[in-house]
Design a protein around this ligand. Structure first.
Ligand SMILES: Cc1cc2nc3c(=O)[nH]c(=O)nc-3n(C[C@H](O)[C@H](O)[C@H](O)COP(=O)(O)OP(=O)(O)OC[C@H]3O[C@@H](n4cnc5c(N)ncnc54)[C@H](O)[C@@H]3O)c2cc1C
Length: 412
């Protein structure tokens, strides 16, 4: 990983013995590098066979990467936002599949528990998830509720010392491998203003929770994308996350974390396309010379490098803003700044990665149009980055809305 001079030295959430030191950062970078190197040959085979890669999780456990951004006192590595973003950049050089697993596990799985959980919830879920005993996921999307989660129909009702949940969640990363999912539901039989969304930490064990992998996808073959249905699925009363009715706010805050993961991943895809193309430009010969000596090929390479440089600047700027917001959880201005800069980074980097991987495919010529080579795999995989965790359209409305002010809120 490229060391980042601008990375703050303080921990993600804590100070003192729990602080994230320069040595911790070095060790984390080394572990991520070793993880990626061991993962690569297995990932290549799984990708070509279009199947889930269990080594993504197994090796993450081996290298202690299952809670990179979770404070040490809960069993994680205690990384700051910039270092965690950098780790995701490196991991996404191996593909968006592995990086999407870490999004589900940490960016949108562990993060809301850390941010909104009671001490008891943190103790019950975080150490276990960091040590490999509890894979996490985030379930907001439903068949009829995507960009607007308030159109969801999943319900909960209280029965004795538990809640019973009913409904279907759709397109959920880690959905069939997760042991616990942070998900969102509405009070059963309630309409009007009182119908507010609430977050729960849901254990997935039991036959009232039916799950199914979604295979009809043109990329991201090696990670798990799923749907699941809950039929009177019991959830402990003390597994409500945050206050009743606070679910929308929790989901929106969590998506800021998820979007930063997507933006970081896209930067990784661009970096990998660039290094693959530099090698290919120097080895492939046509018309009597290396193709890198043809000016029109250089045009493609220059565009990939500009996509990389600009995306990197936006990702680091967004990660610093998110760090500042996480360090001051009650500060609305810092949250607004993080939300804005992360939306910009996600929108920019996902489009930059789409274009950069297309340039890379072109440089590879006929070989480029093949899953056997890395550029085409990135091209296939990064297309979804303009859709999940908030579409391009939603990001643009967020950005314009912030510039114009509340009266111009296009969501209303
Ligand atoms: C591989 C994959 C993994 C995913 N992982 C997760 C996960 O882990 N957890 C989870 O909860 N979800 C997950 N999702 C779901 C994802 O976040 C949604 O697909 C996304 O938010 C868009 O919702 P939708 O698909 O319902 O599209 P829709 O909301 O139906 O949108 C359709 C189109 O209409 C546009 N549109 C919608 N509203 C407006 C508007 N107001 N103004 C302008 N245009 C608008 C959209 O931009 C889009 O172009 C995943 C999706 C995929 C494909």
């Amino acid at each position: 990983m490229t060391p980042i001079a601008t990375a703050p030295m303080s921990s993600f959430h804590t100070t003192g013995t729990d602080a994230f030191t320069a040595d911790d950062r070095k060790q984390l970078e080394a572990d991520v590098e070793a993880y990626c190197q061991e993962l690569r040959p297995i990932e290549e085979i799984c990708y070509l066979e279009h199947r889930f890669n269990p080594a993504i999780v197994d090796l993450a456990k081996k290298y202690n990467l299952l809670g990179m951004a979770v404070p040490k006192k809960y069993g994680g590595r205690g990384s700051d936002s910039v270092t965690y973003a950098r780790a995701l950049v490196r991991i996404n050089r191996e593909g968006s599949g592995p990086r999407t697993f870490f999004s589900g596990q940490t960016s949108i799985g562990q993060y809301p528990v850390l941010r909104y959980g009671t001490e008891d919830q943190k103790q019950r879920y975080l150490p276990r998830s960091c040590s490999g005993g509890c894979t996490m996921a985030f379930g907001l999307t439903e068949p009829d509720a995507g960009s607007n989660p308030l159109e969801g129909t999943t319900t909960y009702r209280r029965e004795g010392d538990k809640f019973l949940l009913n409904g279907v969640k759709y397109l959920i990363s880690n959905g069939t491998i997760a042991d616990a999912i942070v998900l969102f539901a509405f009070p059963e039989g309630v309409t009007g203003a009182a119908r507010r969304m609430t977050a729960f930490i849901v254990d997935t064990a039991g036959d009232t929770f039916e799950k199914e992998q979604l295979h009809a996808k043109p990329g991201l073959f090696t990670c798990d994308t799923a749907m699941f249905q809950m039929n009177d699925h019991p959830v402990r009363a003390d597994n409500m996350l945050g206050k009743e009715g606070e679910g929308f706010r929790i989901s929106m805050h969590t998506l800021v974390s998820g979007r930063l993961s997507v933006a970081s991943g896209c930067l990784g895809a661009i970096e990998d396309c660039l290094s693959e193309c530099i090698d290919y430009c120097k080895t492939r010969k046509q018309h009597g010379k290396e193709i890198g000596k043809h000016q029109l090929v250089q045009d493609h390479l220059a565009k990939i490098e500009m996509a990389r440089a600009a995306s990197e600047a936006m990702v680091i700027r967004a990660a610093l803003a998110k760090q500042a917001s996480d360090d001051n959880p009650g500060d609305a201005e810092l949250y607004g700044d993080a939300d804005f800069k992360v939306a910009q980074a996600k929108f920019f980097a996902s489009n930059a990665a789409w274009e950069a991987s297309d340039h890379a495919v072109q440089i590879f010529g006929g070989r480029g149009w093949s899953e056997l080579y890395r550029p085409f795999r990135h091209l296939q995989d990064v297309r979804v980055c303009r859709i999940y965790e908030g579409t391009d359209e939603i990001m643009k409305m967020k950005i314009a809305g912030k510039l114009l002010g509340k009266d111009y809120d296009a969501f209303k």
